[in-house]
Design a protein around this ligand. Structure first.
Ligand code: FCA
Length: 323
C-alpha cells in the first residue's frame, strides 16, 4: 500500500500542477473476443502507460452499442477515440455522433464509408495494405502448390468471403489474382460467404462449399483473417482433407495462428501473413492522444504491410515485426 502511494504521488502532483485530469482516449473494437483486437488493446494500453493518458476500452459488437459508446465517452469527458466499427456503413452516423460530442477520432482496420459507399476521406485511418497482403497470401499458396507437385487443374481454391467489407474483399482479391496468374482456372475459385468474420461462420461456409464441390482433389484456402482460414481447415479435417490435401494461409498472426503452429502435428493451416497489432494499437492511440493534446491531426491514411509467417520462420518474422 505504502509503496503504491509512493509511486502514485509524483504522478498525482504533476496532474495537480497542470490542474488537469489525464487525457482520456477511447478504443472501440467490433470483436473484442478476437485475439487480434485483444492485441490492439494491449498495445494501446502500453501507449497510455508510456504517454500518461487514460485508455477506455469498449467492445462495440452492434451499431446501437457503437453510438451508445460514443455518447458514453463524451459523458466521461474523453477527448477522442480510435474505432474499428462493426459495420463500415455506420461512417456518417459515427461522424455525427463524434461531432455532436466534440470528440476527435480515427478509424483502424476497417475504413468507414459514407452513404454512397465511398470511404470518408476526412476521417483519418490506419489499415492494412489489403490487396498487397492478399497477394502475399496467394504467392504463399502458389509456392506450396508447386512444392507439393499438385496439378493446377486438380486444385480448388476456397475463398472464404466477406465481401460487404472492402478490406476483406481486397484481401481475397489479391490472393485470387496471384492464383489465377499462376494458372488456376477462374472457375476453380469457390466463394464461400461467411455470415460473420469468426471461425464458426467460416467453418459453416466451408462445409457448404466442400459439399457442393467434391470434384477437386486438392484445396487451397484463404479469407480475410486467420479465423476464416481456421474455419476452412477445421471443416476440411472433418471431411478427411488433412494437411496433405488442403493448404490454408491466413492473415493476422496473433494467438489463433500461433497456437495452431504449436500443435505437435502439422495441420492444413500452413501459414499466415503477420500484420502489426503494435502499429494498429499503439500508434493509433498515440495519434489520437497527440491530436487531443496538441491539435496535430493524424495522417489522413496509413497502410501497413505484412510478412508471410509459417511454423518454420515464426520466431524470426515476429522479431522482425517488433513482436
Ligand atoms: C478486420 C478483420 C480483423 C483483422 C483486421 C486487421 O477488421 O475483421 O480480423 O484482420 O481487419
Amino acid at each position: 500500500m505504502k509503496r503504491r502511494l509512493c509511486l502514485a504521488l509524483p504522478l498525482l502532483a504533476s496532474f495537480l500542477a497542470q490542474g488537469a485530469e489525464p487525457i482520456k482516449i477511447g478504443f472501440l473494437v467490433k470483436q473484442a473476443e478476437e485475439p487480434w483486437f485483444q492485441d490492439e488493446w494491449r498495445f494501446a494500453e502500453a501507449a497510455a502507460q508510456d504517454k500518461g493518458f487514460t485508455l477506455v476500452k469498449i467492445a462495440v459488437p452492434s451499431p446501437e452499442k457503437t453510438l451508445a459508446a460514443i455518447d458514453n465517452l463524451a459523458a466521461q469527458q474523453a477527448a477522442g477515440f480510435v474505432i474499428c466499427a462493426p459495420d463500415v456503413k455506420l461512417g456518417t452516423a459515427i461522424q455525427r455522433a463524434a461531432a455532436r460530442n466534440h470528440l476527435k477520432f480515427m478509424s483502424v482496420d476497417d475504413r468507414l464509408l459514407d452513404g454512397r459507399g465511398q470511404p470518408i476521406a476526412a476521417i483519418p485511418h490506419m489499415g492494412i495494405s489489403a490487396y498487397e497482403i492478399g497477394k502475399q497470401v496467394g504467392q504463399g499458396l502458389v509456392d506450396e502448390i508447386k512444392a507439393r507437385g499438385w496439378k493446377m487443374n486438380e486444385v480448388g481454391a476456397l475463398r472464404i468471403a466477406y465481401d460487404q467489407l472492402p478490406t476483406a474483399r481486397e484481401r481475397t482479391q489479391g490472393a485470387v489474382d496471384v492464383l489465377t496468374a499462376a494458372g488456376l482456372a477462374a472457375d476453380h475459385v469457390i466463394a464461400a460467404p461467411q455470415a460473420r468474420t469468426d471461425t464458426e461462420s467460416a467453418f459453416n461456409a466451408a462445409n457448404i462449399a466442400f459439399t457442393k464441390n467434391a470434384r477437386f482433389k486438392h484445396w487451397v484456402a484463404f479469407g480475410l483473417n486467420d479465423e476464416a482460414v481456421l474455419g476452412a481447415v477445421r471443416a476440411g479435417e472433418g471431411r478427411g482433407l488433412g494437411s496433405g490435401a488442403l493448404v490454408g494461409i491466413g492473415i493476422g498472426g496473433s494467438k489463433a495462428a500461433l497456437s495452431e503452429f504449436a500443435k505437435p502435428a502439422v495441420t492444413g493451416f500452413h501459414g499466415t501473413v503477420l500484420i502489426s497489432p503494435k502499429r494498429h494499437g499503439y500508434e493509433t492511440a498515440v495519434l489520437v492522444y497527440e491530436w487531443a493534446r496538441s491539435n496535430t491531426p493524424p495522417p489522413a491514411l496509413t497502410l501497413t504491410s505484412g510478412a508471410l509467417m509459417t511454423r518454420g520462420n515464426q520466431a524470426e518474422v515476429r522479431a522482425r515485426m517488433g513482436l
